[in-house]
Design a protein around this ligand. Sequence first.
Ligand code: 13P
Length: 263
Amino acid sequence: MSGSTITPWVVGNWKMNPMQANTQQLLADLKQQLEQASIPHDVCKIGVAPTLLALLQVKNELATDAHEVFVVAQDVSRIAGTGAFTGEVSADLLKDSQVDYVLIGHSERREIFNDTPAILNEKIKNALAANLHIIYCVGESLEQRESGQAEQVVLQQICDIAGVVNPEQWVHITVAYEPIWAIGTGKTASPDDAQAMHAKIREGLSQITPEGQNIAILYGGSVKPENAVELAACPDINGALVGGASLNAESFVQIAQAFAQSK
Ligand code: 13P
């Protein structure tokens, strides 16, 4: 069944970018592009996930009545509350700074920083307890896809969190399907392959929760203005998690426009 009644989301993941001077420029460009495009929040929700250093600056400048952009933390500590945990930022500290959204389970965190399913579950539990909305990332490697395991891997990643999300908490979960081989490589999953995986994810979610039909499932992996229209036309692709192209305000807003116009 299609999830096409879901309001699309387009979220820019800035990753470990950019330097301060470029952040200022990107913010100025984003304001200008957003004003020109003037996409209502109920037509496409637009979010930005900057570095922790820029999070509050971006929030102050873009999470305004004029721009309605929501800010997203790229990660969260597996430890809750406050305390002697050098280098960590908890879900409670994010919430306390009015940061309401967090990415959890990005493949770069899983692969480079060893975020295991057990660690991710601690992060998810704490984020939900702090009333954050989670964008939970899943995706298979090239090797897994080539050996025919893509679906099984992704559905397992969905099942991994089922034990820590209470039935009433699924409304606070958005899923991002990001095939690892498509991230930063210029290779995008074809709209047919992406739609097929999104439909499977929706089926998997629907077996876990009646909310499954309403959960936004975003696609990520080399999304650009050139492929956004085709991806946005797929019934179970409810938005995009954009890396590289989100560092260019014009490209990012064009992607948001593609989703705003498609649904
Ligand atoms: P790219 O759009 O650069 O491929 O990155 C995708 C991504 O990882 C977003 O979280």
